[in-house]
Design a protein around this ligand. Sequence first.
Ligand SMILES: NC(=O)c1ccc[n+]([C@@H]2O[C@H](COP(=O)([O-])OP(=O)(O)OC[C@H]3O[C@@H](n4cnc5c(N)ncnc54)[C@H](O)[C@@H]3O)[C@@H](O)[C@H]2O)c1
Length: 324
Amino acid sequence: MRQKIHRILVTGGAGFIGSNFIHYYLKKYKNCQIINLDKLTYAGNLANLKTILKDPRHTFIKGNICDRKKVKQAMRGADIVVHFAAETHVDKSIKGPAEFIKTNVIGTQVLLEMALENKIQRFHHISTDEVFGALELNKQQKFSEKTSYDPRSPYSASKASSDHLVRAYFHTYGLPITISNCSNNYGPFQFPEKIIPLFILNALKNKPLPIYGDGKSVRDYIFVEDHCRAIDIILQKGKIGETYCIGAGAEKNGINIADTILDILKKPKKLKQFVTDRLGHDRKYAVNYSKIKKELGWTPKVGFEEGIKKTIKWYSAIFYQKHL
Ligand SMILES: NC(=O)c1ccc[n+]([C@@H]2O[C@H](COP(=O)([O-])OP(=O)(O)OC[C@H]3O[C@@H](n4cnc5c(N)ncnc54)[C@H](O)[C@@H]3O)[C@@H](O)[C@H]2O)c1
């Protein structure tokens, strides 16, 4: 299959995971062409693509995935679509859900319609473990492909809707799709509204690290490069119509994250500050990734300690460039 891949449309490729995926892909495959369609919201940043903006294998198109004309233009000649573009911050979705419905639901439907029209060979939809709802603390449960959907925030509800639409296009129209539901990513290029880059940058500035509620809500953290490798393997070997859950088994709470970052940066623990909890804050996410491991041979390679050190190193370099 790899030989046939010439042109990939990546949506949201100026964001965190999308830009990491493009870097990963261009480094690994010499013969690909990537079209990157991104609206450049506050979360999209061309600086994430600085080193490849002149690479002839990468074309950037500024545009909204809800805009049929733009999507049509960007998808022309593409074999594969890898769909990252989304509104992604849960707190923002609580304050204003409308934009999440527009981009995550309607935008996805526009892409699906165009993918069908363009006879796309594979539409890979990037989704989240948040669609499954919340697990109880202190129980050894994990989400898997068999878990029922139970989204509880406007963000996760919009992602769940998009997953259902993607599956509907497979069952109804035969569009060749795959879906992945991944746990919380961290690594370079993440916008510092999310916990890990926010805590690193605040610690570097000697500012408080705001920990939600009692700080005991758990997420399963995965280094972004491991996620990119999983997507690549699904594109190569994934079965059409299937969903794959991706995680790394690094279950950490807010206090663990703050302590790890403060220890590595040798900053005082008094920078930890407990703040009002997020509305409807899901208590725990954890992912059973045995299907992708067994069927496609993927496992995470970067442990949390290693990944967090790499991430701190990357943000520290940016921080000191700006502040020296
Ligand atoms: N970050 C995580 O931990 C995580 C975990 C699992 C799944 N996901 C999913 O992965 C995908 C990427 O997440 P991320 O963390 O990189 O997000 P991000 O917020 O960093 O980037 C999103 C990108 O999408 C672009 N975008 C937003 N609306 C758009 C629109 N209407 N048209 C075109 N482009 C638009 C933004 O400009 C930005 O570049 C999302 O679908 C998200 O739901 C993220």
